[in-house]
Design a protein around this ligand. Sequence first.
Ligand code: FES
Length: 103
Amino acid sequence: NCKWVSVLLAEELPVGQMIGVEIEGLRIAIFNVKGAFYATDNICTHAFAVLSDGWFEGNVIECPLHGGKFDVCSGRVLGEPPERDLRTYPTRLLGEEIQIALP
Ligand code: FES
């Protein structure tokens, strides 16, 4: 059973923006892709880098350290050097609040 947690208001995260949050000890990045919200781990799977310090365009986050790329919707690696996909978290809107499901 997962637990839904409010992370921020939808109006705080415009289209094309991302933000890093820390919830219950997890570092999570929230992305707005064309009005839909996605959440992934905020730490790169390659080495220690905070993805929300990188570059986000369309549905792609580029790691600031070695330029690895991930699809924020699926977590899939799109560009090396990372080999492991990013963990993703389900999201939903509850009124104006963006919520994510924690394991
Ligand atoms: Fe992200 Fe190396 S730490 S690509």
